[in-house]
Design a protein around this ligand. Structure first.
Ligand code: GDP
Ligand code: MG
Length: 370
């Protein structure tokens, strides 16, 4: 038996990672969902959540989902996934809109821009960048607490006429906790009273040292309103992405994360999935959270029907049995029978939680958790 991350254990119990972290905290352990815990601790947690361990062992369906690692030679460069954070009214939405406007393929495609929770821009160089369309700390933190660390790069927006504010500091702290690199976008540079240098100085107090001041945090002056500095910002995003060497295997069964999901009047349950690795295709059978389905159709952020979606691509998926939760993992499986089995298993676990049964049998438990 090996160590297991808190989130993996949570997934297998169909519990929230944050709840496990809370329980661990009560046991005197300060861990995050991404940290691993030993078997003894895992066993304690499973008992704490009242799962019937022998039932868990009956279904070994979960074991290999999401657990395997792709071989180095299968990895290909993937676009960065970017989240914009900053204080209210400092221009997060305006900057997102301005960046979206730089897409060189949007016009040709002639599609109607759709709000699907994330979008992908193809910039002049031909490179792609994925932006999460949910700026704000809650979305970022909630995803992270659910073990879905989907953001590669954070853009911290600071209005040059307003400076550092409480939510700016909060964003700095969230970004730091996530270990995600940051690019500072000093916005509203067009305004009277804009003082970008003061922003850089104030950032120093929070140990954010921009390049001009001898540090390694990239910064760029922009105006989301006048659309200036956008090319430079894009350049810096791509440079940062290159440094991160972001890669994924596109040639495997797809895995992804739910960005948002809803029940649509005409179309039934729809979910926006950010593909993390592999390629998601129409016809694929999958499990997402405790729901299963077959990809009936996929729609991109330009409202176009597409047949496949590779790593870092956000796509709206139709053909779900129900509405999954934001942050839920999606895995393509080989058969409908298996999809139903995994989904039913997760549903059962969710229903059975906190109905304590006999104490855990170590062996069966770890055969299930391994
Ligand atoms: P959010 O709350 O961070 O999403 O901020 P918004 O994008 O909604 O912007 C807040 C206000 O600032 C709006 O009235 C925008 O028009 C304005 N704004 C945003 N960016 C700029 C800019 O670069 N220059 C100026 N002058 N105004 C801006
Ligand atoms: Mg906004």
């Amino acid at each position: 038996p090996e160590a297991i991350t808190v989130q993996e254990l949570a997934n297998r119990m169909a519990e929230r990672g944050a709840d496990l972290v809370k329980s661990l905290f009560k046991m005197g352990m300060m861990v995050t969902v991404n940290q691993t815990i030993d078997q003894d601790t895992a066993e304690l947690l499973v008992e704490e959540f009242g799962h019937n361990i022998t039932r868990v062992s009956e279904s070994d369906v979960e074991i290999d989902i999401g657990a395997d690692v792709d071989a180095e030679e299968t990895l290909k460069t993937r676009p960065p996934v970017v989240t914009i954070m900053g204080h209210v009214d400092h221009g997060k939405t305006s900057l997102l809109d301005a960046l979206r406007g730089t897409d060189v393929v949007a016009g040709e495609a002639g599609g109607i821009t759709q709000h699907i929770g994330a979008y992908q821009v193809t910039v002049k160089s031909g490179d792609k960048i994925t932006f999460l369309d949910t700026p704000g700390h809650e979305a970022f933190t909630e995803m992270r607490q659910r073990g879905a660390n989907i953001t590669d790069i954070v853009i911290l927006v600071v209005a040059a006429d307003d400076g550092l504010k409480p939510q700016t500091i909060e964003a700095i702290n969230h970004t730091r906790a996530a270990g995600v690199p940051m690019i500072v976008a000093i916005n509203k540079i067009d305004k009277d009273g804009a003082n970008p240098q003061k922003v850089r100085e104030r950032l120093l107090e929070h140990e954010i040292v921009v390049e001009d001041m001898g540090g390694d945090v990239q910064d760029v002056e922009v105006s989301a309103l006048k659309k200036t500095g956008l090319d430079e910002l894009i350049e810096k995003i791509l440079l940062q992405a290159e440094l991160l060497e972001l890669k994924a295997n596109p040639d495997r069964a797809a895995e992804g994360t739910v960005i948002e999901a809803k029940l649509d009047k005409g179309r039934g349950p729809v979910a926006t999935i950010l593909v993390r690795r592999g390629t998601l295709r129409v016809g694929d059978i999958y499990v997402v959270g405790a729901e299963s389905g077959k990809v009936r159709a996929m729609v991109n952020d330009k409202g176009q029907q597409i047949k496949e979606a590779g790593p870092s691509m956000p796509v709206e998926v139709l053909g779900l049995s129900g509405v999954p939760g934001a942050g839920d993992p999606l895995s393509v499986v080989e058969s409908e029978a298996r999809a139903r089995e995994v989904a039913a298993y997760r549903q059962e676990l969710a229903t059975r939680k906190r109905t304590t049964t006999a104490p855990a049998n170590l062996e069966t438990m770890f055969s299930a958790l391994k």
